[in-house]
Ligand binder design. Structure first.
Ligand code: NAP
Length: 469
């Protein structure tokens, strides 16, 4: 957003960052093995490709470096206010401005963009006794590098995208690893490989070649989503995943415990070549009984078995549909965004919300993806927000707000397209669904229609207003 503003000649903006460095999820997630599960040629800005990726799927540290390099290249430093946590943002109708309280004092702004990221607030399980556990225990997104796992008995709770990356890394280090699985994931083979010097030289010399590679990755991922839009039993991805499991896990009893009972894609599909081999090592136990409590140094499961451990790692995901930031935003007539949403977020094109003038969300409701790079969605939104700001500027008015009818009609369309997809009807309970059971997270299918839709700003969906006299 900042880069796009600068490119449009707008310098009068600040970025509030609660941490002391930039990078969001790629700054916070430093657990061993953290890596993006989308190819880096696509998981990077289209306007700032990097010819230096060491692997086709870059590890966390490289992505974080890339983000910092972008901030430097586009001279964003002077705009960023580090350690400024936004505590509240309230629309002041009389002044047509946002009043923003931060941990370092008040600010005001004509326009507010929330780029807070859906995967930023760790979800900590409510396991009785966990807080009294005497040993180290931490969430995968807050990895405690001060804890040496060598020779320790370690519990990992969760088998999602984070867990399956960190388990193969810590397994050789620990004495015993108890892996607590509530729901088995579908796992596909990983196609990660090193980017050789020759390819990097080619990317540098012929940027058009890298753009072509990016396009081919993009379109192959667009095709990959088709089976999920109308799920059928035994789909091609499901057969691939079953084949992967059969190839890597010989024991039929273990295989049965690792086989999901929902359609592939219903939860995020994981990719790994070393997860199944790691969990079959003699020092790993897969526990499929639910956790009842933590008692002293032990984790007790529903079958009454106690396992004494030294460290507990919670790879239990994030508070996604809740969007904790919404509790801090108050729009027209004192209406809070969290109250307005009541546990079921919705926005127009995932970006604008009725009742909240001059306010935009990046990666807002129903712009999440399970099959490709979210940066595709973000870039579409940036173009759209810039179009909206230009329209507001041209109009000479003070505020712009999406019409409720437009928002409702958009969401009715999204929900109807989601109805039969694997994300809604795949037979699982995933973080794609909010507490009311509605899918307010995922975009229903291919991304190109979204990109096309957001290419041009659509004034009829919005109301403009003057500053009250
Ligand atoms: P996640 O996918 O939400 O997985 C959380 C895991 O914890 C699930 O297996 C869940 O089981 C389990 N769990 C949660 N509460 C539990 C409890 N009380 N007791 C037992 N198990 C519990 O979280 P994540 O792995 O951190 O990934 C979140 C998202 O971040 C991903 O879907 C992806 O979008 C992104 N991510 C991406 C990458 C990447 O690009 N490589 C890496 C990591 C994360 P259930 O399935 O039964 O709920």
């Amino acid at each position: 957003m900042a880069i796009r503003l600068k490119q449009a000649g707008i310098q009068d903006f600040v970025i509030f960052e609660r941490a002391s460095d930039l990078g969001g999820t790629w700054r916070d997630n430093t657990y061993p093995g953290c890596q993006c599960d989308v190819e880096s040629n696509l998981y990077s800005y289209s306007f700032s490709p990097s010819p230096t990726w060491s692997r086709t799927y870059a590890p966390q540290a490289e992505i974080w470096d890339y983000l910092r390099a972008c901030a430097e290249k586009f001279e964003l430093g002077k705009h960023i206010r580090y350690e400024h946590e936004v505590q509240s943002a309230t629309w002041d109708d009389a002044a047509a401005r946002w009043r923003i309280e931060t941990s370092k004092g008040p600010f005001s702004a004509g326009v507010l963009v929330a780029a807070v990221g859906p995967l930023s607030e760790p979800s900590l399980p409510a396991i009785p006794g966990l807080d009294e556990f005497p040993g180290p225990h931490f969430h995968s997104a807050n990895w405690d590098h001060g804890v040496d796992l060598t020779g320790k008995r370690v519990a990992v709770v969760g088998t999602g995208a984070s867990a399956i990356q960190l388990i193969p890394r810590i397994q050789p280090q620990v004495t015993q690893l108890h892996l607590f699985q509530r729901t088995p994931p579908w796992v596909l083979p990983h196609r990660d490989r090193p980017v050789r010097g020759l390819a990097r030289a080619l990317y540098r010399a012929v940027p058009g070649w890298q753009r072509l590679v990016r396009s081919s990755v993009y379109w192959s991922r667009e095709l990959f989503v088709i089976p999920f839009m109308k799920p059928s039993p035994n789909s091609v991805p499901e057969r691939l995943a079953r084949g992967h499991l059969e190839k890597q896990v010989a024991d039929p009893e273990l295989r049965a415990r690792l086989t999901p009972r929902y359609a592939i894609g219903c939860k995020r599909i994981l990719i790994s070549n070393d997860y199944y081999p790691a969990i079959q090592k003699p020092n790993v136990e897969l526990v499929t009984d639910d956790i009842r409590e933590v008692r002293g140094r032990s984790i007790v499961t529903e079958d009454g078995v106690e396992r004494e451990v030294d460290v507990i790692i919670l790879a239990t995901g994030f508070r996604i549909t809740e969007m904790p930031f919404a509790r801090r935003v108050t729009g027209r007539e004192g209406r809070g965004l969290a109250n307005e949403w009541a546990g079921s977020p919705s926005a127009y094109r995932g970006t604008a919300v009725a009742g909240f003038p001059n306010f935009f969300l990046l990666l807002g409701p129903n712009t999440g993806l399970g099959h490709t790079s979210v940066l595709v969605m973000v870039e579409a939104q940036l173009r759209y927000v810039m179009g909206c700001l230009a329209h507001l500027e041209r109009s000479g008015m003070a505020a712009i707000e999406v019409r409720r009818e437009a928002q409702d009609a958009f969401n009715a369309g999204v929900q109807s397209r989601l109805r039969d997809t694997v994300w809604n009807a795949g037979g699982c309970r995933s973080w794609y669904l909010d507490p009311t059971g509605k899918n307010t997270t995922i975009w229903p299918g291919m991304t190109w229609p979204y990109v096309r839709q957001l290419r041009r700003f659509d004034p009829p969906a919005y109301d403009l207003s003057r500053r009250p006299a």
